[in-house]
Design a protein around this ligand. Structure first.
Ligand code: HEM
Length: 460
């Protein structure tokens, strides 16, 4: 492992990231249960509100939950400064994010089952208020660091872009939720759905994976560092290309550019975007392939799968755009679901599961090691990372994850197997949760044992 450049004096308390990491798989489990319960209704239409519930269980409940936990952990260690009030803000943001995501799920599901409209309206409003507060507080706690003059660190640059992209995703999301909560306002929110989905699925998801990969891959797999120049340029280019795409999609501009809309300008922009995404995947896969110590490590397969899913979704998108789907059968709905599955479950969730299996054992090791320095003689109680989540467990996790991804995609075309796909997803998230939980239990019991050793005062 390569921990060069990390500031080990500014490690936040382990309870801050762990609460987010342990909660996230529970939302994955809930999503799987929904798939099993609703069966083939899940893939009936993009506009089904259970589908929207499923999307946000995974994007807010799993992806955003892990991202917030990881940022609380990563930022201080990467840039050598604590996030101000992090203990207090994490303690408020976490329950608000849980409440917001659950309320949104209840409201969307209630709307689908035809529950009384007051019931759905109450939960839409609760979701709106909880998510608005949670995300504003999170933004406020990071803003001072992100706008301050920090070292020219790649992660700081990527985080600034990620932050802008997250605002551009969540802003329209909250605006649409406002429309759901207060139908009397007469907001024409459907005009923003595609832009919101585009920023969420391509912008936020891809840049999140870029930021995570740039730190995690060189650190845990001892590859060469990512080129700062490439990643800075690429993230700026993706941001700019998405700005152009969304400008072309907004009602006002789309009428101005209507003569180009379905032709040249659109195609040029989509070709540029595709090249950017393919370049990032190719570059990262190449770095992984060239790593110095080629020890078998199951978790690296999660990053490979993530990048392969991204390339596949780009290819599939062109297949769809070229109209081959009409010629060969599947409908637009099936293509859209396949794309969403590849981007959410294949790209983002694969990389995040890979990340969690590395970062949680690393944090447990680091915190117990620091504790044992102050309690001489207890070093044998510090487990190495493989003792927290074994290679065998990670291998199994990969098999479960890959098979659930494949089954979910097949189930879009053969809805009779939706429940089997949901079951595979349930086992996947269940396995993840139990591995993480077991790691935390090891931490707790070893911490008690280490504290039983006499303490010496460390004076650095
Ligand atoms: C505060 C956070 C968010 C809120 C309040 C929110 C809200 C919404 C709402 C109300 C819709 C339904 C739009 C409609 O009925 O036309 C929607 C759709 C969607 N959202 Fe979000 N969203 C949030 C975050 C995200 C994030 C982070 C992603 C990341 C990928 C995301 C991905 C999507 C997608 C893909 C759709 C379209 C689903 C479809 O068309 O099938 N959302 N969102």
């Amino acid at each position: 492992m390569n921990i060069k450049g990390l500031s080990l004096n500014t490690i936040p308390p382990i309870s801050i990231p762990l609460r987010f990491f342990l909660t996230a798989p529970l939302f994955g489990l809930l999503a799987a249960l929904m798939i099993i319960y609703y069966g083939s209704d899940i893939w009936a239409s993009r506009w089904n509100s259970i589908n929207l519930a499923l999307t946000h269980l995974l994007t807010l409940g799993f992806m955003l939950m892990v991202m917030i936990g990881a940022l609380y952990q990563f930022i201080p260690v990467m840039i050598g400064q604590f996030i101000p009030w992090s203990k207090k803000s994490a303690a408020i943001i976490h329950p608000l994010l849980v409440t917001g995501t659950l309320s949104l799920t209840i409201a969307f599901t209630g709307a689908f089952t035809g529950a009384a409209s007051d019931f759905a309206l109450f939960f839409y409003s609760l979701a709106f208020i909880s998510l608005l507060f949670a995300l504003s507080l999170f933004a406020m706690s990071l803003t001072p660091l992100l706008i301050s003059k920090l070292n020219d660190h790649l992660i700081v640059f990527l985080l600034r872009i990620l932050f802008i992209v997250l605002l551009l995703t969540i802003g329209p999301g909250l605006y649409m939720l406002l429309a759901y909560s207060y139908p009397g306002l007469g907001i024409n929110f459907r005009a923003y759905t595609d832009v919101h989905a585009l920023w969420g699925l391509i912008g936020w998801t891809v840049l999140l994976i870029m930021a995570v990969s740039s730190q995690v891959i060189p650190m845990f797999y001892v590859t060469a560092e990512f080129s700062r120049r490439y990643l800075k340029l690429l993230s700026m280019l993706i941001l700019m290309t998405l700005l152009i795409v969304s400008t072309l999609k907004t009602p006002y501009f789309s009428s101005i550019f209507s003569s180009f809309r379905d032709s040249s300008l659109n195609n040029i922009v989509y070709i540029i975007l595709s090249l950017e995404l393919i370049f990032f995947s190719w570059y990262t896969l190449r770095l992984i392939g060239q790593r110095k110590r080629k020890l078998a490590d199951a978790t690296i397969n999660f990053f490979r799968l993530a990048l392969i899913s991204l390339v596949t979704s780009v290819i599939l998108w062109w297949f769809f755009a070229a109209g081959f789907n009409n010629q060969y059968g599947p409908s637009a709905i099936q293509f859209e679901f396949t794309l969403s599955l590849l981007l959410i479950y294949g790209l983002a969730i694969s990389a995040i599961i890979g990340l969690l299996q590395k970062i949680v054992p690393f944090l447990i090791y680091l915190h117990l090691q620091n504790l044992s320095f102050a309690h001489p003689g207890s070093i044998t109680l510090v487990p190495n990372m493989k003792m927290v989540i074994s290679t065998k467990k990670s291998n199994m996790q990969f098999i479960l994850h890959l098979s659930s991804l494949v089954l979910l995609i097949i189930s879009v075309y053969f809805p009779s197997i939706v429940s089997i796909a949901g079951l595979a997803m349930l086992v996947n998230f269940g396995w993840l949760w139990s591995s993480l939980l077991k790691g935390v239990l090891i931490y707790k019991s070893n911490k008690v044992k280490i504290l039983a050793y006499p303490e010496i005062k460390l004076n650095f």
